[in-house]
Design a protein around this ligand. Structure first.
Ligand SMILES: [Zn+2]
Ligand SMILES: [Zn+2]
Ligand SMILES: [Zn+2]
Length: 431
Protein backbone atom coordinates (compact mmCIF):
# COMPACT_ATOMS: atom_id res chain seq x y z
CA UNK A 1 0.00 0.00 0.00
CA UNK A 2 1.35 3.42 -0.92
CA UNK A 3 1.02 6.29 1.54
CA UNK A 4 0.01 9.78 0.45
CA UNK A 5 1.83 12.87 1.68
CA UNK A 6 -0.66 13.46 4.44
CA UNK A 7 -0.57 9.86 5.55
CA UNK A 8 -3.76 8.67 3.90
CA UNK A 9 -3.54 5.37 2.16
CA UNK A 10 -3.68 5.64 -1.60
CA UNK A 11 -4.92 2.86 -3.74
CA UNK A 12 -1.95 1.83 -5.82
CA UNK A 13 -2.39 1.82 -9.57
CA UNK A 14 -1.92 -1.46 -11.33
CA UNK A 15 -0.39 -2.06 -14.73
CA UNK A 16 -1.93 -4.41 -17.21
CA UNK A 17 -1.01 -5.87 -20.55
CA UNK A 18 -3.85 -6.51 -22.99
CA UNK A 19 -4.00 -9.19 -25.68
CA UNK A 20 -4.60 -8.49 -28.42
CA UNK A 21 -5.82 -4.91 -27.67
CA UNK A 22 -8.68 -2.76 -26.51
CA UNK A 23 -10.85 -0.64 -28.78
CA UNK A 24 -9.71 2.93 -28.66
CA UNK A 25 -12.86 4.06 -26.94
CA UNK A 26 -12.65 1.33 -24.25
CA UNK A 27 -13.00 2.93 -20.84
CA UNK A 28 -10.44 1.47 -18.47
CA UNK A 29 -11.60 0.91 -14.90
CA UNK A 30 -10.13 3.22 -12.31
CA UNK A 31 -6.73 2.25 -10.94
CA UNK A 32 -5.53 0.50 -14.09
CA UNK A 33 -2.93 1.70 -16.54
CA UNK A 34 -1.40 -0.02 -19.54
CA UNK A 35 2.06 -1.27 -18.59
CA UNK A 36 4.81 0.71 -20.28
CA UNK A 37 7.99 -0.90 -21.52
CA UNK A 38 9.87 -2.28 -18.50
CA UNK A 39 6.99 -1.73 -16.06
CA UNK A 40 6.10 -4.63 -13.83
CA UNK A 41 2.94 -6.33 -15.11
CA UNK A 42 0.17 -6.69 -12.53
CA UNK A 43 -2.35 -8.38 -14.77
CA UNK A 44 -2.85 -9.79 -18.23
CA UNK A 45 -6.20 -9.06 -19.84
CA UNK A 46 -7.33 -11.13 -22.80
CA UNK A 47 -9.80 -9.12 -24.84
CA UNK A 48 -10.89 -11.89 -27.19
CA UNK A 49 -10.75 -15.64 -27.36
CA UNK A 50 -7.01 -16.14 -27.89
CA UNK A 51 -6.02 -19.34 -29.74
CA UNK A 52 -4.09 -22.00 -27.80
CA UNK A 53 -0.72 -21.34 -29.40
CA UNK A 54 -1.01 -17.59 -28.77
CA UNK A 55 -2.07 -18.24 -25.18
CA UNK A 56 1.04 -20.37 -24.69
CA UNK A 57 3.21 -17.60 -26.09
CA UNK A 58 1.58 -15.08 -23.78
CA UNK A 59 2.20 -17.30 -20.76
CA UNK A 60 5.84 -17.79 -21.63
CA UNK A 61 6.33 -14.09 -22.40
CA UNK A 62 5.04 -13.04 -18.99
CA UNK A 63 7.42 -15.43 -17.24
CA UNK A 64 5.73 -14.70 -13.91
CA UNK A 65 3.74 -17.71 -12.68
CA UNK A 66 1.72 -15.64 -10.22
CA UNK A 67 0.43 -12.76 -12.33
CA UNK A 68 -3.38 -12.85 -12.73
CA UNK A 69 -4.73 -13.57 -16.19
CA UNK A 70 -8.33 -12.66 -16.87
CA UNK A 71 -10.39 -12.80 -19.99
CA UNK A 72 -13.21 -10.52 -21.01
CA UNK A 73 -14.80 -13.39 -22.90
CA UNK A 74 -15.65 -16.93 -21.84
CA UNK A 75 -12.51 -19.06 -21.44
CA UNK A 76 -12.06 -21.97 -19.04
CA UNK A 77 -8.52 -22.88 -19.94
CA UNK A 78 -6.01 -23.73 -17.25
CA UNK A 79 -4.28 -20.57 -16.08
CA UNK A 80 -7.16 -18.13 -16.53
CA UNK A 81 -8.34 -16.59 -13.29
CA UNK A 82 -11.65 -15.12 -14.38
CA UNK A 83 -13.61 -15.21 -17.58
CA UNK A 84 -17.10 -14.99 -18.93
CA UNK A 85 -18.69 -13.39 -15.90
CA UNK A 86 -18.61 -9.80 -17.05
CA UNK A 87 -15.80 -7.36 -17.59
CA UNK A 88 -16.20 -5.68 -14.23
CA UNK A 89 -15.74 -8.93 -12.41
CA UNK A 90 -12.67 -9.80 -14.47
CA UNK A 91 -10.99 -6.49 -13.59
CA UNK A 92 -11.99 -6.78 -9.94
CA UNK A 93 -10.62 -10.29 -9.73
CA UNK A 94 -7.31 -9.26 -11.29
CA UNK A 95 -7.10 -6.36 -8.84
CA UNK A 96 -7.81 -8.57 -5.83
CA UNK A 97 -5.19 -11.11 -6.85
CA UNK A 98 -2.46 -8.55 -7.47
CA UNK A 99 -3.29 -6.84 -4.15
CA UNK A 100 -2.62 -10.14 -2.38
CA UNK A 101 0.57 -10.66 -4.35
CA UNK A 102 1.79 -7.28 -3.04
CA UNK A 103 1.46 -8.57 0.53
CA UNK A 104 4.19 -11.12 -0.13
CA UNK A 105 7.87 -10.59 0.63
CA UNK A 106 10.13 -10.72 -2.46
CA UNK A 107 11.56 -14.09 -1.36
CA UNK A 108 8.14 -15.62 -1.97
CA UNK A 109 6.79 -13.30 -4.66
CA UNK A 110 9.73 -14.06 -6.94
CA UNK A 111 10.57 -17.54 -5.72
CA UNK A 112 11.26 -20.08 -8.43
CA UNK A 113 10.49 -23.00 -6.10
CA UNK A 114 7.38 -24.81 -7.36
CA UNK A 115 6.13 -25.30 -3.79
CA UNK A 116 6.35 -21.56 -3.10
CA UNK A 117 4.63 -20.80 -6.38
CA UNK A 118 1.81 -23.19 -5.63
CA UNK A 119 1.27 -21.86 -2.11
CA UNK A 120 1.42 -18.28 -3.39
CA UNK A 121 -1.13 -19.04 -6.09
CA UNK A 122 -3.49 -20.63 -3.59
CA UNK A 123 -3.13 -17.69 -1.24
CA UNK A 124 -3.40 -14.97 -3.89
CA UNK A 125 -6.44 -16.56 -5.55
CA UNK A 126 -8.19 -16.70 -2.18
CA UNK A 127 -9.56 -20.15 -2.80
CA UNK A 128 -8.53 -23.70 -2.14
CA UNK A 129 -6.61 -25.95 -4.47
CA UNK A 130 -9.79 -27.60 -5.66
CA UNK A 131 -9.74 -30.59 -7.94
CA UNK A 132 -12.15 -30.66 -10.87
CA UNK A 133 -12.86 -33.28 -13.51
CA UNK A 134 -11.53 -32.46 -16.95
CA UNK A 135 -11.87 -35.02 -19.71
CA UNK A 136 -9.29 -33.16 -21.79
CA UNK A 137 -6.60 -33.73 -19.17
CA UNK A 138 -4.72 -37.03 -19.17
CA UNK A 139 -5.28 -37.42 -15.44
CA UNK A 140 -9.01 -36.66 -15.79
CA UNK A 141 -8.48 -34.23 -12.94
CA UNK A 142 -6.92 -30.79 -12.78
CA UNK A 143 -6.48 -27.95 -10.33
CA UNK A 144 -7.47 -24.61 -11.90
CA UNK A 145 -5.80 -22.57 -9.14
CA UNK A 146 -2.42 -24.18 -9.89
CA UNK A 147 -2.08 -22.34 -13.20
CA UNK A 148 0.49 -23.88 -15.47
CA UNK A 149 2.56 -25.62 -12.78
CA UNK A 150 3.48 -29.24 -13.47
CA UNK A 151 3.07 -32.16 -11.07
CA UNK A 152 0.57 -30.31 -8.93
CA UNK A 153 -0.65 -33.41 -7.10
CA UNK A 154 2.91 -34.31 -6.07
CA UNK A 155 3.66 -30.75 -4.96
CA UNK A 156 0.43 -30.61 -2.97
CA UNK A 157 1.25 -33.91 -1.28
CA UNK A 158 4.59 -32.44 -0.22
CA UNK A 159 2.96 -29.29 1.14
CA UNK A 160 0.36 -31.39 2.91
CA UNK A 161 3.04 -33.46 4.62
CA UNK A 162 4.76 -30.28 5.75
CA UNK A 163 1.58 -28.96 7.29
CA UNK A 164 0.87 -26.07 4.90
CA UNK A 165 -2.14 -27.68 3.30
CA UNK A 166 -5.09 -29.63 4.63
CA UNK A 167 -6.85 -31.97 2.29
CA UNK A 168 -10.16 -33.63 1.63
CA UNK A 169 -10.91 -36.64 -0.51
CA UNK A 170 -11.91 -35.89 -4.11
CA UNK A 171 -11.91 -39.21 -5.95
CA UNK A 172 -10.03 -42.44 -6.55
CA UNK A 173 -9.31 -42.81 -10.21
CA UNK A 174 -7.92 -45.84 -11.99
CA UNK A 175 -5.03 -45.11 -14.27
CA UNK A 176 -3.12 -47.00 -16.92
CA UNK A 177 0.03 -48.60 -15.45
CA UNK A 178 1.71 -48.17 -18.83
CA UNK A 179 1.11 -44.51 -19.63
CA UNK A 180 -0.53 -43.09 -16.45
CA UNK A 181 -3.61 -41.99 -18.37
CA UNK A 182 -6.91 -41.88 -16.54
CA UNK A 183 -8.77 -42.49 -19.78
CA UNK A 184 -9.67 -46.12 -19.22
CA UNK A 185 -12.59 -47.92 -20.72
CA UNK A 186 -14.08 -50.47 -18.35
CA UNK A 187 -15.37 -53.45 -20.31
CA UNK A 188 -17.14 -56.76 -19.87
CA UNK A 189 -14.97 -59.32 -21.60
CA UNK A 190 -14.61 -62.94 -22.59
CA UNK A 191 -12.63 -64.96 -20.04
CA UNK A 192 -10.75 -66.82 -22.75
CA UNK A 193 -9.75 -64.25 -25.33
CA UNK A 194 -10.46 -60.91 -23.55
CA UNK A 195 -12.65 -59.73 -26.41
CA UNK A 196 -15.41 -57.31 -25.55
CA UNK A 197 -17.44 -58.78 -28.40
CA UNK A 198 -19.69 -60.80 -26.13
CA UNK A 199 -23.39 -61.27 -25.77
CA UNK A 200 -25.69 -62.62 -23.15
CA UNK A 201 -27.75 -65.65 -23.93
CA UNK A 202 -30.61 -67.27 -22.05
CA UNK A 203 -30.10 -70.85 -20.87
CA UNK A 204 -32.79 -73.45 -21.55
CA UNK A 205 -33.30 -76.45 -19.29
CA UNK A 206 -35.11 -79.45 -20.76
CA UNK A 207 -37.01 -81.19 -17.92
CA UNK A 208 -37.26 -84.63 -19.56
CA UNK A 209 -33.56 -85.23 -20.14
CA UNK A 210 -32.22 -82.55 -17.78
CA UNK A 211 -30.10 -81.03 -20.58
CA UNK A 212 -29.11 -77.41 -20.07
CA UNK A 213 -27.66 -75.28 -22.86
CA UNK A 214 -27.84 -71.79 -24.39
CA UNK A 215 -31.13 -71.18 -26.13
CA UNK A 216 -29.56 -70.97 -29.61
CA UNK A 217 -28.59 -74.64 -29.39
CA UNK A 218 -32.27 -75.57 -29.03
CA UNK A 219 -33.16 -73.85 -32.31
CA UNK A 220 -33.09 -76.02 -35.37
CA UNK A 221 -34.65 -76.11 -38.84
CA UNK A 222 -37.56 -78.06 -37.51
CA UNK A 223 -38.23 -75.61 -34.69
CA UNK A 224 -37.45 -75.60 -30.99
CA UNK A 225 -36.03 -78.97 -29.96
CA UNK A 226 -33.56 -80.42 -27.50
CA UNK A 227 -30.06 -80.89 -29.00
CA UNK A 228 -29.48 -83.89 -26.70
CA UNK A 229 -32.64 -85.96 -26.93
CA UNK A 230 -34.17 -84.38 -30.06
CA UNK A 231 -37.61 -84.07 -28.49
CA UNK A 232 -39.55 -80.93 -29.35
CA UNK A 233 -39.98 -78.29 -26.66
CA UNK A 234 -43.43 -76.72 -26.62
CA UNK A 235 -44.59 -75.42 -23.28
CA UNK A 236 -42.46 -73.37 -20.96
CA UNK A 237 -43.06 -74.53 -17.43
CA UNK A 238 -44.14 -77.99 -18.64
CA UNK A 239 -41.39 -79.07 -21.08
CA UNK A 240 -38.65 -76.68 -20.13
CA UNK A 241 -37.73 -73.51 -18.21
CA UNK A 242 -35.12 -70.78 -18.48
CA UNK A 243 -33.07 -70.84 -15.26
CA UNK A 244 -30.63 -68.06 -16.16
CA UNK A 245 -28.21 -66.80 -18.74
CA UNK A 246 -24.61 -67.20 -19.87
CA UNK A 247 -22.10 -65.03 -21.66
CA UNK A 248 -21.11 -66.06 -25.15
CA UNK A 249 -18.01 -64.71 -26.87
CA UNK A 250 -18.83 -63.81 -30.45
CA UNK A 251 -15.14 -63.95 -31.35
CA UNK A 252 -13.93 -67.26 -29.91
CA UNK A 253 -17.22 -68.90 -28.99
CA UNK A 254 -16.32 -69.45 -25.32
CA UNK A 255 -19.27 -69.63 -22.95
CA UNK A 256 -19.05 -68.51 -19.35
CA UNK A 257 -21.46 -67.85 -16.53
CA UNK A 258 -20.45 -64.23 -16.03
CA UNK A 259 -18.31 -61.96 -18.16
CA UNK A 260 -14.88 -60.95 -16.92
CA UNK A 261 -13.99 -57.30 -16.35
CA UNK A 262 -11.04 -55.62 -18.03
CA UNK A 263 -9.64 -52.15 -18.63
CA UNK A 264 -8.55 -50.77 -21.94
CA UNK A 265 -6.47 -47.59 -22.05
CA UNK A 266 -8.00 -45.24 -24.57
CA UNK A 267 -4.73 -43.31 -24.89
CA UNK A 268 -2.12 -46.04 -25.39
CA UNK A 269 -4.37 -48.98 -26.25
CA UNK A 270 -2.91 -51.26 -23.56
CA UNK A 271 -5.21 -53.80 -22.00
CA UNK A 272 -5.13 -54.55 -18.29
CA UNK A 273 -6.77 -56.97 -15.91
CA UNK A 274 -8.39 -55.25 -12.91
CA UNK A 275 -5.63 -56.21 -10.49
CA UNK A 276 -2.98 -54.65 -12.75
CA UNK A 277 -4.60 -51.25 -12.86
CA UNK A 278 -3.16 -48.63 -10.56
CA UNK A 279 -5.44 -46.37 -8.63
CA UNK A 280 -4.67 -42.80 -7.68
CA UNK A 281 -6.37 -40.94 -4.89
CA UNK A 282 -7.08 -37.32 -5.63
CA UNK A 283 -7.62 -34.64 -3.03
CA UNK A 284 -8.73 -31.05 -2.87
CA UNK A 285 -6.58 -28.89 -0.64
CA UNK A 286 -6.91 -25.78 1.47
CA UNK A 287 -4.35 -23.68 3.31
CA UNK A 288 -3.74 -24.43 6.97
CA UNK A 289 -2.86 -21.62 9.37
CA UNK A 290 0.81 -22.33 8.63
CA UNK A 291 0.27 -21.77 4.88
CA UNK A 292 -0.32 -18.00 4.87
CA UNK A 293 2.38 -17.62 7.54
CA UNK A 294 4.87 -19.18 5.18
CA UNK A 295 3.66 -17.01 2.30
CA UNK A 296 3.63 -13.72 4.16
CA UNK A 297 6.74 -14.16 6.27
CA UNK A 298 8.88 -15.71 3.59
CA UNK A 299 11.19 -18.62 4.08
CA UNK A 300 12.47 -17.48 7.45
CA UNK A 301 9.04 -17.42 8.97
CA UNK A 302 8.52 -20.98 8.02
CA UNK A 303 10.87 -22.64 10.45
CA UNK A 304 8.40 -22.76 13.32
CA UNK A 305 5.70 -24.48 11.35
CA UNK A 306 4.32 -27.99 11.32
CA UNK A 307 4.30 -28.64 15.02
CA UNK A 308 2.94 -25.77 17.03
CA UNK A 309 5.30 -26.53 19.91
CA UNK A 310 8.99 -25.73 20.04
CA UNK A 311 11.07 -27.37 17.39
CA UNK A 312 12.70 -30.23 19.28
CA UNK A 313 15.02 -31.15 16.44
CA UNK A 314 16.40 -27.66 16.12
CA UNK A 315 16.82 -27.20 19.86
CA UNK A 316 18.60 -30.52 20.13
CA UNK A 317 20.83 -29.73 17.18
CA UNK A 318 21.85 -26.42 18.70
CA UNK A 319 22.59 -28.07 22.02
CA UNK A 320 24.53 -30.86 20.34
CA UNK A 321 26.64 -28.39 18.40
CA UNK A 322 27.44 -26.58 21.63
CA UNK A 323 28.51 -29.87 23.17
CA UNK A 324 30.77 -30.48 20.24
CA UNK A 325 32.39 -27.09 20.59
CA UNK A 326 32.79 -27.32 24.38
CA UNK A 327 33.69 -30.98 24.85
CA UNK A 328 34.58 -32.13 21.37
CA UNK A 329 31.90 -34.80 21.39
CA UNK A 330 31.07 -35.69 17.82
CA UNK A 331 27.57 -35.91 16.45
CA UNK A 332 26.04 -37.09 13.20
CA UNK A 333 23.14 -35.98 11.08
CA UNK A 334 21.81 -38.48 8.56
CA UNK A 335 19.65 -37.45 5.70
CA UNK A 336 17.36 -40.32 4.77
CA UNK A 337 15.64 -40.46 1.42
CA UNK A 338 13.79 -43.09 -0.57
CA UNK A 339 14.84 -43.98 -4.09
CA UNK A 340 11.52 -45.66 -4.94
CA UNK A 341 9.31 -42.94 -3.57
CA UNK A 342 8.17 -41.55 -6.92
CA UNK A 343 7.46 -45.01 -8.22
CA UNK A 344 5.37 -46.07 -5.25
CA UNK A 345 3.62 -42.72 -5.01
CA UNK A 346 2.75 -42.77 -8.68
CA UNK A 347 1.23 -46.22 -8.32
CA UNK A 348 -0.62 -45.55 -5.14
CA UNK A 349 -0.41 -42.40 -3.05
CA UNK A 350 -2.11 -44.07 -0.10
CA UNK A 351 0.37 -46.90 -0.09
CA UNK A 352 3.21 -44.38 0.01
CA UNK A 353 1.65 -42.43 2.86
CA UNK A 354 1.08 -45.55 4.87
CA UNK A 355 4.62 -46.67 4.14
CA UNK A 356 5.94 -43.32 5.33
CA UNK A 357 4.07 -43.65 8.61
CA UNK A 358 5.56 -47.10 9.10
CA UNK A 359 9.02 -45.75 8.30
CA UNK A 360 8.47 -43.17 11.04
CA UNK A 361 7.59 -45.96 13.47
CA UNK A 362 10.59 -47.99 12.34
CA UNK A 363 12.89 -45.02 12.89
CA UNK A 364 11.65 -44.43 16.38
CA UNK A 365 11.99 -48.07 17.33
CA UNK A 366 15.46 -48.46 15.81
CA UNK A 367 17.00 -45.26 17.17
CA UNK A 368 17.99 -44.25 20.68
CA UNK A 369 15.84 -42.05 22.83
CA UNK A 370 18.42 -39.28 22.64
CA UNK A 371 18.27 -39.16 18.84
CA UNK A 372 15.89 -36.81 17.08
CA UNK A 373 13.97 -37.29 13.86
CA UNK A 374 12.51 -34.67 11.61
CA UNK A 375 10.25 -35.36 8.64
CA UNK A 376 11.38 -33.59 5.47
CA UNK A 377 9.81 -33.20 2.06
CA UNK A 378 11.95 -35.98 0.64
CA UNK A 379 12.49 -38.15 3.70
CA UNK A 380 13.88 -37.67 7.20
CA UNK A 381 16.71 -36.03 9.05
CA UNK A 382 18.12 -37.95 11.98
CA UNK A 383 20.26 -36.28 14.61
CA UNK A 384 22.51 -38.59 16.61
CA UNK A 385 24.33 -36.83 19.46
CA UNK A 386 27.65 -38.17 20.81
CA UNK A 387 28.01 -40.47 17.83
CA UNK A 388 30.87 -41.10 15.43
CA UNK A 389 30.41 -41.92 11.76
CA UNK A 390 30.84 -45.68 12.28
CA UNK A 391 28.20 -45.85 14.98
CA UNK A 392 25.93 -43.73 12.84
CA UNK A 393 26.35 -46.13 9.93
CA UNK A 394 25.51 -49.03 12.24
CA UNK A 395 22.39 -47.21 13.43
CA UNK A 396 21.33 -46.64 9.82
CA UNK A 397 21.82 -50.33 9.06
CA UNK A 398 19.54 -51.12 11.95
CA UNK A 399 16.98 -48.65 10.62
CA UNK A 400 17.20 -50.21 7.16
CA UNK A 401 16.64 -53.68 8.61
CA UNK A 402 13.67 -52.49 10.66
CA UNK A 403 12.13 -50.83 7.62
CA UNK A 404 12.58 -53.99 5.61
CA UNK A 405 10.85 -55.95 8.36
CA UNK A 406 7.75 -53.76 8.62
CA UNK A 407 7.14 -52.53 5.06
CA UNK A 408 5.37 -54.47 2.34
CA UNK A 409 7.07 -52.48 -0.41
CA UNK A 410 10.75 -51.65 -0.72
CA UNK A 411 10.98 -47.85 -0.41
CA UNK A 412 14.62 -47.79 -1.57
CA UNK A 413 16.04 -46.63 1.76
CA UNK A 414 19.23 -44.62 1.41
CA UNK A 415 21.06 -42.16 3.60
CA UNK A 416 23.99 -39.79 3.67
CA UNK A 417 25.75 -38.41 6.72
CA UNK A 418 25.96 -34.67 6.36
CA UNK A 419 28.63 -32.43 7.77
CA UNK A 420 28.21 -29.89 10.54
CA UNK A 421 27.73 -26.80 8.41
CA UNK A 422 25.41 -28.59 6.02
CA UNK A 423 23.32 -29.83 8.93
CA UNK A 424 22.98 -26.32 10.27
CA UNK A 425 21.89 -24.94 6.92
CA UNK A 426 19.47 -27.79 6.40
CA UNK A 427 17.74 -26.87 9.61
CA UNK A 428 17.75 -23.14 9.00
CA UNK A 429 16.11 -23.67 5.64
CA UNK A 430 12.43 -24.24 5.81
CA UNK A 431 11.50 -27.88 5.76
ZN1 LIG B 1 -33.67 -83.19 -23.98
ZN1 LIG C 1 -13.49 -65.05 -26.59
ZN1 LIG D 1 -2.21 -46.20 -21.34
Amino acid sequence: MLMGVDGFALTPTANFVAYPRFHEEYRLPQGWLPAGRGDPVDAVVLTTSVPDHAFKTILSNIGDPLVPIVSLVADDRQGIDAAGQGEQLAWARAYAIQARLREMPPSIRHSTQPEDILLARIYSRGEGLNAIYDPSSRDLVRYPVAGTLDNVAELATGLYSKGYLARGFFDRIFCCPQCRSGHLSVREECHSCRSANISEEVVVHHFQCAHEAPESQFRSHSGFECPKCARPLRHIGLDYDKPGSVTRCDDCGAINDKPSVGFKCVDCGAHHAPDQVAVRTWYSYSLTAAGPRRILQGNDGASALVSAGPDRFRILLEHTRKEQREFGSPYQVARISFAHRDLIEAENVRLWEQSLLLVGDALHSALREVDAVRAQADGFLVLMPRTGPEDAARAMELVAARIKAVLKVDPGFQYVLIADMAARSVVSQQV
